[in-house]
Design a binder for this molecule. Structure first.
Ligand code: ADP
Ligand code: MG
Length: 376
C-alpha cells in the first residue's frame, strides 16, 4: 500500500485524483493547493509519495528546497522540456517527471513502480573484506551499493559494520539511524516497520544507508547477535545488501562472513599487502571456499610488480580488477558524494558500474539503461 499526497492546482488535481482514486494499492490522503499546508503536514512514513504540480513550485521558488526536505518521496508533474522544471525536479530528488498531458496514460504506472518491490528470492549479501586497511573497501562498498541501486529493480542496503567506519562521512551527513541506533531501537521492542523507517534512504534510488555510530566506544559494543538481527530486518525488503567490514577476523566479521552470499576480498598490488591478504585467504578458504572472490584494486598502478608476481604473491586467482581512479575518489569523498555520481566517467567509477551491471544482470536479466532517470 502506498500513501499519496497531492499538491496541485485544481486542473491537475482532478486529473491526478481521477487517475489514482479507487486503486486498491494506493491510498490518497492530503489533497491541497496550499503549499503551506503541505509544508506543515506530519508525514508518517518516509515512503509516502507527494505528487507536486510544478506550476505551484514555479510561483514559490524560495520554497522548493523546503518541499525537497520533507520526509517523503516526491514526484513532479511538469514539463520535461522546461529546464527550470528539470532543475526543480533535481532539487526535489523527484523519482520522475510526468508531463501534465501524460497523467492519464503514465501516472499510474510510475506510481505503481514505487510500491516497494517484494524481494522474490534470497537477497545477494556481499561482504567487502580485507585483512588490510586503506585498500579501498569503503570506496567499493559505497559505490557498488550506489551503482547497484541505479541498475537494479530491487532496494539496496549498505551497512557500515566498521566501528571506525566512514561511510557516513563519505556521503553528506544526513539524519538517519546509525547501526547502533537501530540495534538499540530493535532491542527496546521497536517494530520492524518503524525500524526500517528510521533509516536514511536515497529515495530516488531505493538505497538504504546505515552508517556506523560516530562514537567509536559505543560502536564497539555491537555484538554478533545484533548484526544478525539487523541483517534479518534488512533482508526482508532489500534485494542486495552490501556490508563494509573492518579489518581482522573478529566475531562480528565472522558473523558477517557467515551470512554473506558473496565475500569480496580486496587486495592491492603491493607486496606486503598481497602477503597479508594471501594469509587471510588461506584461512577464509577453509570456511568459505565457495563464495570468495578476490578483487585487486588499483590494478593498473605502476608498482613494479608484473601480473605473474601478483598471482604468485596472492596464490589465489583474482576474479575482479579495478583500475586506479586518480585523485577523483578522494575529491568525491571530500565533496560528500559517491564517485559514481561525482565523476561517472572516471575509470574506477566506470569499472564499478560495470561490476554492478554484471551482478544485477546475472540476477535480474540484462538491463543497459539505469532504471532511474535522475542519475544521469
Ligand atoms: N582505485 C582507486 N583509485 C584511487 N583512489 C582510491 C582507489 N580506491 C581507493 N582509493 C582511495 O584510497 C583511500 C582508501 O580507501 P578506502 O575505501 O577508505 O579504504 P578502506 O575502506 O579499505 O580502508 C581513499 O582515499 C580512497 O578514495
Ligand atoms: Mg573503510
Amino acid at each position: 500500500m502506498l500513501t499519496v499526497h497531492i499538491l496541485a492546482k485544481p486542473g491537475i488535481m482532478s486529473l491526478v485524483s481521477t487517475a489514482l482514486v479507487g486503486d486498491s494499492e494506493i491510498s490518497l490522503e492530503l489533497r491541497t493547493n496550499n503549499l503551506r499546508e503541505i509544508l506543515g503536514f506530519q508525514y508518517r512514513d518516509v515512503r509516502d509519495l507527494l505528487i507536486v504540480d510544478d506550476a505551484i513550485l514555479s510561483e514559490a521558488p524560495g520554497l522548493v528546497q523546503s518541499v525537497a526536505d520533507l520526509p517523503c518521496r516526491k514526484l513532479l508533474i511538469g514539463s520535461l522540456s522546461d529546464m527550470e522544471a528539470a532543475r526543480r525536479a533535481l532539487t526535489l530528488q523527484s523519482t520522475a517527471i510526468v508531463e501534465a498531458d501524460r497523467v492519464n496514460d503514465d501516472l499510474v504506472a510510475v506510481v505503481k513502480a514505487l510500491l516497494d518491490p517484494p524481494v522474490t528470492r534470497e537477497p545477494w549479501v556481499a561482504a567487502i573484506y580485507s585483512a588490510k586497511g586503506g585498500v579501498g573497501k569503503s570506496t567499493l562498498a559505497l559505490n557498488l551499493a550506489w551503482a547497484l541501486a541505479m541498475y537494479s529493480e530491487f532496494n539496496v542496503a549498505l551497512i557500515d559494520c566498521d566501528p571506525l567506519g566512514d561511510i557516513g562521512a563519505m556521503i553528506q551527513e544526513r539524519p538517519g539511524a546509525t547501526l547502533s541506533d537501530l540495534v538499540r531501537g530493535l532491542g527496546a521492542g521497536m517494530d520492524d516497520d518503524r525500524a526500517l523507517q528510521s533509516l536514511y534512504r536515497v529515495q530516488a534510488l531505493g538505497l538504504t544507508i546505515i552508517p556506523a555510530e560516530p562514537n567509536a566506544q559505543r560502536a564497539l559494543e555491537l555484538r554478533s547477535a545484533d548484526l544478525e538481527r539487523v541483517l534479518a530486518l534488512v533482508r526482508q525488503t532489500h534485494g542486495y545488501v552490501v556490508l563494509d567490514l573492518p579489518i581482522g577476523l573478529t566475531d562480528l566479521n565472522l558473523t558477517a562472513l557467515d551470512h554473506a552470499t558473496d565475500i569480496i576480498v580486496m587486495a592491492a598490488p603491493e607486496r606486503v599487502t598481497l602477503g597479508t591478504v594471501r594469509r587471510s585467504l588461506d584461512i577464509l578458504h577453509r570456511f568459505y571456499s565457495g563464495k570468495i572472490a578476490v578483487l585487486l584494486n588499483r590494478a593498473d598502478s605502476d608498482t613494479g610488480l608484473t601480473d605473474g608476481d601478483i598471482e604468485q604473491a596472492l596464490a589465489h586467482p583474482v576474479q575482479y580488477v579495478l583500475p586506479s581512479g586518480g585523485s577523483s575518489p578522494v575529491r568525491a569523498s571530500n565533496t560528500g558524494r559517491p564517485l559514481v555520481l561525482f565523476d561517472p566517467k572516471n575509470p574506477l567509477a566506470k569499472s564499478i558500474i560495470a561490476m554492478a551491471q554484471e551482478i544485477a544482470g546475472q540476477r535480474e536479466g540484462v538491463r543497459r539503461r539505469p532504471r532511474r532517470w535522475l542519475i544521469r
